[in-house]
Design a protein around this ligand. Structure first.
Ligand SMILES: Cc1ncc(COP(=O)(O)O)c(C=O)c1O
Length: 385
């Protein structure tokens, strides 16, 4: 399948997958095997070269490469508009191996202030302990970023839409600056998915995802993705193999299945997200709502520059009435489970008392009116009003 020729939805369903040559199975089988048999000692020698000279399409051991995972990687490369992609066991292993492939001890990384909590731990604790310098700043302040670039700076790292404060990164300005200074620009695009935004089109060198989220879509598998030029992805593969970060073939198969409906789900997440954000904003109990589809969203122009007029399912908000109002609200919700994670067809709510009572909603694909009624009754029942 020539990826340039077909629209996103066609590629989500068909790219990367071919009819099985042995059985004619239409769907990619789960190659649930750790190892692959060689026909001869000579074949083993040329394929493996004692483990030092592997190529991704030579199957000999599933830590290094697996056909189910390879189909998924091809589909993802097509959806991201990338030359190549690698899939790993989780979003964190994708993030860690991608950044470690670019940074050595003594190098310096500039990253945003607002990031997923464990990414912050990775950078601020793990990387620093291993001798990688990290500066975390407001990466949309280009003057500040420029000021913090040092002789040993190698990478600028941002989330396209940040978790949980919903800041959109100005991708084209940051990639221009990074490349002028000879740095790599790496973007975690988990909150948006390639349906809404493809950071490589705006100059990113690598795009990362927690595929656990919108790509899997059903809250049933952990996975991570890194996509970009083959030369860079080969380096990430080396780190993923050495650090032992592979995904299981079964989880690759679940993500493959999830991706075939990504475009359908993202449209529904966006329709529901818009309706819920507008509804919440209209209510007196709500102090503020952060959602790129709202007129009140402070970076609306930046959002329109980078993605189409669909804004996904992630919303952050704060209620008047402090921790008590927040706790009552989340307890009153019938359709949103109190849970970590996001991007699931099932709506989720994540209250954050330690972050000034911010509430993160991951709006699912349930019926729009059912969701609105549920948020309405949950707000109506707050006793501290
Ligand atoms: C923006 C972002 N990046 C990375 C991750 C890590 O992904 P995983 O949980 O699949 O390791 C998460 C998880 O919530 C996330 O929200």
């Amino acid at each position: 399948m020539k990826r340039e020729k077909y629209a996103f939805s066609t590629r989500a369903i068909q790219a990367g997958e071919t009819v099985d040559t042995v059985t004619r199975a239409l769907n990619t089988p789960i190659y649930q095997t750790s190892t692959f048999a060689f026909e001869s000692a000579q074949e083993k020698e040329s394929a493996v070269d004692e483990g030092l000279n592997w190529t991704p399409d030579t199957y000999f051991y599933s830590r290094t490469a697996n056909p189910t995972t390879a189909a998924l990687e091809k589909k993802l490369a097509s959806l991201e508009g990338a030359e190549d992609a690698i899939v790993t066991a989780s979003g964190m292993s994708a993030c860690a191996t991608a950044l470690l492939s670019l940074l050595d001890a003594g190098d310096h990384l500039i990253a945003s202030t607002d990031l997923f909590t464990i990414t912050k731990t990775l950078l601020d604790d793990v990387f620093k302990a291993k001798g990688i310098e990290v500066t975390r700043i407001d990466t949309n302040d280009l003057a500040e970023v420029t000021e913090h670039i040092q002789a040993n700076t190698k990478v600028i790292f941002v989330e396209s839409l940040s978790n949980p404060f919903m800041n959109i990164a100005d991708l084209s300005s940051l990639s221009k600056l990074a490349h002028e200074k000879g740095l790599y620009f790496v973007v975690d695009n988990t909150f948006l998915s390639p349906y809404l935004l493809r950071p490589l089109e705006f100059g990113a060198d690598l795009v990362i995802h927690s595929a656990t989220k919108y790509m899997a879509g059903h809250g049933d598998a952990l996975a991570g993705v890194v996509a970009g030029d083959k030369k860079l992805i080969d380096q990430v593969r080396y780190y993923a193999d050495n650090l032992g970060a592979p995904i299981s073939p079964f989880n690759s198969w679940l993500i493959l299945r999830g991706l075939r409906t990504l475009h359908l789900r993202m449209r529904m997440h966006s329709q529901n997200g818009q309706a819920v954000a507008e509804f919440l904003q209209s209510r007196p109990e709500v102090e503020f709502v952060l959602y790129p589809g709202l007129e009140s969203y402070s970076q609306r122009d930046v959002a329109r520059k980078f993605f189409r007029d669909e804004n996904g399912g992630m919303i952050s908000l704060r209620l008047h009435g402090g921790a008590r109002a927040m706790e009552e609200f989340v307890a009153n919700l019938e359709l949103s489970a109190i849970a970590v994670s996001l991007g699931d067809v099932h709506s989720l709510v994540y209250p954050m008392p330690k972050r000034d009572n911010l509430i993160r909603l991951s709006i699912g694909c349930e019926d729009t009116d059912d969701l609105l009624s549920d948020f309405e009754q949950a707000l109506d029942k707050i006793s501290s009003k």
